[in-house]
Design a protein around this ligand. Structure first.
Ligand SMILES: NC(=O)c1ccc[n+]([C@@H]2O[C@H](COP(=O)([O-])OP(=O)(O)OC[C@H]3O[C@@H](n4cnc5c(N)ncnc54)[C@H](OP(=O)(O)O)[C@@H]3O)[C@@H](O)[C@H]2O)c1
Length: 282
């Protein structure tokens, strides 16, 4: 059994919930980041073991300060054994028309928030020679059309992970990047709803220029969602990254991840573009 403290951001549902549950199951005291009191109450009931919800919107500096203060008081000299930077949203739209406010929100949650939380908790992680997990995506190395905002955020997460890994090596703070493919979580439905609302606000020109291709991409996304695997697959990787003597620098997991990696790594860009254009008919 493990002991010690870990923080998981975005633990209300999906991968964060599965990670909080798996880490509590391994004996950790899990601080589970949520944005609503009701979610905190719910996960207390749903997850067995030591799970303590903390109010943490990663874009809210006051939340970060308060969470840091509370966790420092509780964890004390033991420090933080793990930080799982999981909170995320997915903005999908043609880059020509994506409203800058939506693009900024995408980057604020997935990138700026992740870095702000990491900065805040590094002193506590240093005390425990803790581990950091960044939940990236296959979109961290493969950027399909209309997924530009989300992919840009995940490419940035990959860059932060590579830099942090070497910067933090002197203190034996290991950094792992987790690259899930398609995982069964509410993100598919949540982003479908928010992206449709965003597209409804866009000019007719956007729909005239990109509408048909976006319809095809939506159908392709639905096919991916149908092939998605349970979030426990990602949680297994996160548990390994936090507990193994030799954590991996990167974990590929879930629906289609390996195929996407092989395509990104070995297929020439021009061939990949031709295939994507053929599929979406542009
Ligand atoms: N599902 C997939 O196929 C897949 C694949 C690759 C990577 N990922 C990545 O996995 C991570 C988790 O996503 P998921 O699939 O588990 O989706 P999810 O069920 O929608 O979970 C996202 C979590 O992030 C939280 N969140 C959103 N905005 C936040 C903010 N400003 N501050 C703090 N928390 C915030 C959500 O909280 P609320 O409930 O309060 O909104 C929720 O707890 C994301 O980084 C995502 O990009 C997912």
């Amino acid at each position: 059994m493990n002991s010690g403290y870990v923080l998981v951001t975005g633990a209300s549902t999906g991968i964060g919930h599965a990670c909080a549950s798996a880490l509590a199951d391994k004996g950790f005291h899990v601080f589970a980041g949520v944005r609503r009191e009701a979610d905190g109450e719910r996960i207390r009931k749903e997850i067995a073991g030591k799970v303590e919800p903390v109010m943490l919107d990663v874009t809210n500096p006051e939340h970060i300060v308060a969470a840091k203060q509370h966790i420092t008081e509780v964890a004390g000299e033991k420090g933080l054994r793990g930080l799982v930077n999981n909170a995320g949203i997915a903005v999908a739209a043609p880059l020509e028309f994506v409203p800058m406010a939506d693009f900024e929100l995408q980057m604020n949650v997935n990138v700026n928030g992740l870095l702000a939380v990491t900065q805040a908790f590094l002193p506590l992680l240093r005390v425990a020679s803790g581990r950091i997990c960044l939940i990236s995506s296959t979109n961290g190395f493969f950027a399909p059309p209309f997924m530009g905002p989300y992919s840009a955020s995940k490419f940035a997460v990959e860059a932060l992970g590579d830099s942090l890994r070497v910067e933090l090596a002197p203190w034996n703070i290991r950094v792992s990047i987790v690259q899930p493919g398609a995982i069964q979580t509410p993100i598919w439905e949540k982003s479908k709803a928010s992206n449709e609302a965003m597209l409804n606000r866009m000019p007719a020109e956007c729909h005239a220029l990109y509408g048909r291709a976006m319809d095809v991409m939506r159908r392709e996304a639905q096919k991916m969602a149908n092939r998605a695997v349970p979030a426990g697959r990602v949680a297994d990787c996160v548990v390994h990254a936090i507990t193994a003597a030799k954590p991996k620098t990167r974990y590929l997991c879930g629906g289609g991840a390996r195929t996407e990696w092989l395509v990104a790594r070995w297929m020439p860009d021009s061939l990949r573009d031709r295939i994507i254009r053929m599929v979406i008919g542009i």
